[in-house]
Write a protein that binds this ligand. Structure first.
Ligand SMILES: NC(=O)c1ccc[n+]([C@@H]2O[C@H](COP(=O)([O-])OP(=O)(O)OC[C@H]3O[C@@H](n4cnc5c(N)ncnc54)[C@H](OP(=O)(O)O)[C@@H]3O)[C@@H](O)[C@H]2O)c1
Length: 254
């Protein structure tokens, strides 16, 4: 086997939502595999801690504190990303929000907040880096979808709509950009313990119910994401695009 198949070393990556949860773990994974990684989120203190932790492990990381819902500043944030190590060839859209509102609590504002961060931002953010990927003839966009890209949950109206959209956005990105060597895929995680899923993991009944709905019989552990992320970020996925990779222990297989 060609040893460069899963190689991401010296690639530049940017990960949104890198201050916690899945984005933080993906940043660490890519950095430990040798990529130069720019961590992006709003909370600078958390990002600084992540940067220190990953640097101590020998990784090369930069930091951009940014609110991606600030539309007028997204281009400027992207310039700051590029200032760290040059233009990224791997873009991971992991910033997200799940407000878990019942149908009667959803407001126009909360609906917009969810759709904007989860669905709109991944397109406008990634688009900033596409020209330089096209120039190099190689790139990766990795969106973070969800079980709710294909399954419905109570209190998941806006979130489910946004994540269903992320799945289709991923396919449209592939159609648009893959002729230029940019593979666009999504990881759809099952239930992983993060701040976003605290309402599930703080409730033992719900946590066990979600585990029981998988084929494997347990919820996700962060380590379950290592293989999928390295696969989708590396040349191993050179002929894979527009796909939603469910990393959910078989939840969606049942
Ligand atoms: N955990 C799961 O089981 C699960 C399952 C399926 C899908 N997902 C998806 O995975 C992604 C990560 O979720 P998570 O579970 O890791 O949740 P999390 O720990 O709450 O992380 C969310 C991240 O988004 C960032 N963020 C929020 N608003 C932002 C903004 N306006 N600008 C920039 N960054 C912003 C947050 O950082 P700041 O607050 O510092 O900005 C944080 O780093 C989300 O897209 C989520 O929908 C998670």
């Amino acid at each position: 086997m060609d040893s460069s198949l899963f190689d991401v070393s010296d690639r530049v990556a940017v990960v949104t939502g890198a201050s916690s949860g899945i984005g933080s773990f993906i940043s660490e994974t890519l950095a430990s595999a040798g990529a130069k990684v720019v961590l992006l989120a709003r909370r600078k203190e958390l990002l600084s801690r992540e940067v220190q932790r990953i640097t101590e492990q020998g990784g090369s990381v930069g930091l951009v504190d940014a609110d991606l819902t600030d539309r007028d500043r997204v281009s400027a944030y992207c310039e700051r990303v590029t200032d760290c190590f040059g233009a990224p060839q791997i873009v991971v859209n992991a910033a997200g929000v799940n407000l878990r509102e019942s149908y009667d609590k959803v407001s126009w504002d909360s609906w917009d907040e969810t759709i904007n961060l989860n669905l709109t931002v991944p397109f406008f953010f990634a688009r900033n880096f596409v020209d330089s990927m096209i120039e190099k003839g190689w790139g990766r966009v990795i969106n973070i979808a969800s079980l709710q890209s294909s399954r419905a949950f109570a209190n998941g109206l806006a979130y489910g709509a946004s994540k269903g959209g992320v799945a289709q956005l991923t396919r449209a990105m592939a159609e648009c950009w893959s002729p230029h060597g940019i593979m666009c895929n999504a990881i759809a995680p099952g239930f992983f313990k993060t701040a976003l899923t605290a309402p599930v993991f703080d409730n033992p009944n719900m946590m066990n119910e979600m585990a029981a709905r998988t084929a494997i019989g347990r919820n996700g552990e962060m380590a379950d994401l290592v293989g999928p992320i390295i696969f989708l970020a590396s040349p191993a996925s050179d002929y894979v695009t527009g796909q939603i990779l469910n990393v959910d222990g078989g939840f969606t297989a049942k």
